[in-house]
Design a binder for this molecule. Structure first.
Ligand SMILES: NC(=O)C1=CN([C@@H]2O[C@H](COP(=O)(O)OP(=O)(O)OC[C@H]3O[C@@H](n4cnc5c(N)ncnc54)[C@H](OP(=O)(O)O)[C@@H]3O)[C@@H](O)[C@H]2O)C=CC1
Ligand SMILES: N[C@@H](CC=O)C(=O)O
Length: 335
């Protein structure tokens, strides 16, 4: 049996789903000769781990309890130290992650999984990858900051996996990598890359108010922690940048043309999330409905589309024919 120690950073919707998935796949993994040993879990304020990471792991019962604590909205801080389990907070976290990485990199290795939506993890990821740990990303930010930081991370291609940054686990990245490694060129990528905006655009077509649909997408766990990250187009722009860089385009975020679905006065620097959801969002309903109606009178629908072609990289709303590949997308088809 190959034991693979795993440390999870971020225990929100995606992180918890990953833990549940690992637990529910124990039999399958054992048939495959693999055991994923979860040796640490972090949220934004705390880290839970065990004293002896070489021998022990956080048990499945404990992980399920931890998921319950997190889904109730509490911090991991609320989990008291007991038995082998220890809780660290504040600046101790980074030191402890490095301790765990340094201990395990010399023996079985360590997989660090980033399921946060934070850019604060970038420095730590670069350090652990240098210790020969493997890094798995759902978080797009480590791949979409400066080119220098991107180059550092991807300079260890065998130690980085990020399939769920674009396509939420659909084999988008691996397909592109296979095409490129076969020597075939990719001239153009066009798609609806946002689960949230795919859902929103197809639901408003049916007559539901925009604000109601965005709130539903948030409850379903499709949106980023702040749904303005999706509505501003920034989350799609990050996916576009990841794909463009994969194709070899040496570009940064500021090279991407991004259309936002709300005005700057409703941005995070000006308005709290609560105020945006309560007042800002509903005030956008009419305008979006008007755009939908206009498109519909031309026999078309609106889709939030990403286009990457030569040096052009843009994301924004497009009116597309109802029976086109993009027009036929309904709800969450392609993330
Ligand atoms: N939703 C989806 O379907 C998909 C999401 N993704 C990506 O997955 C990531 C997570 O999304 P989601 O689970 O919905 O987001 P959530 O907001 O539900 O969870 C984010 C988690 O990250 C934690 N966190 C924040 N900062 C740090 C930090 N510096 N170190 C460690 N943990 C931190 C948060 O802690 P705390 O609990 O204390 O706030 C929280 O537990 C995002 O980057 C998203 O883009 C990728 C594919 C699909
Ligand atoms: N907020 C994102 C989640 C995955 O990255 C989306 O809606 O696609």
């Amino acid at each position: 049996m190959v034991n693979i120690p795993l440390l999870l950073m971020g225990c929100g919707g995606v992180g918890r789903q990953l833990l549940h998935h690992i637990i529910s796949c124990r039999d399958l993994h054992s048939k495959q000769g693999v055991r994923l040993r979860v040796v640490g879990v972090c949220d934004s304020k705390s880290m839970v781990t065990i004293q002896d990471v070489l021998t022990f792991e956080l048990g499945d019962e404990y992980l399920l309890q931890l998921c319950k604590v997190k889904s109730s909205g509490s911090s991991l801080n609320g989990l008291a130290n007991f038995g082998e389990c220890q809780v660290f907070s504040g600046q101790e976290i980074e030191k402890k992650v490095m301790d765990v990485a340094a201990t395990l990199c010399r023996s079985s290795g360590l997989v660090v999984v980033d399921c946060s939506a934070s850019s604060q993890t970038i420095a730590l990821l670069n350090q652990v990858v240098n210790l020969y740990c493997c890094v798995v990303l759902a978080n797009k930010k480590p791949l979409t900051s400066s080119l220098e930081s991107y180059d550092k991370l991807v300079s260890h291609p065998r130690r980085i996996r990020h399939e769920s940054t674009v396509g939420a686990g659909l084999p988008v990245i691996s397909t592109i990598n296979r095409i490129l490694s076969s020597g075939d060129p990719i001239f153009r990528i066009m798609g609806s890359l946002s689960g949230t905006l795919g859902y929103v655009m197809s639901q408003v077509e049916g007559g539901r108010p925009f604000s109601q649909v965005v709130n539903a997408a948030k409850s379903l766990g499709y949106t980023e922690p702040d749904p303005r990250d999706d509505l501003s187009g920034m989350d799609v722009a990050r996916k576009a940048l990841i794909l463009a860089r994969l194709l070899g385009h040496r570009i940064n975020m500021d090279s991407i043309k991004v259309e936002s679905l709300y005005p700057v006065e409703m941005g995070p620097d000006v308005m709290s999330l609560e105020e945006f959801l309560a007042n800002g969002l509903p005030s956008l309903d009419k305008d979006i409905q008007k755009r939908i109606d206009n498109a519909s009178s031309n026999g078309n629908v609106l889709r939030y589309v990403c286009l990457i072609e030569e040096s052009r990289c843009e994301v924004g709303i497009q009116e597309v024919a109802k029976d086109s590949a993009l027009g036929r997308l309904k709800e969450v088809i392609m993330w």
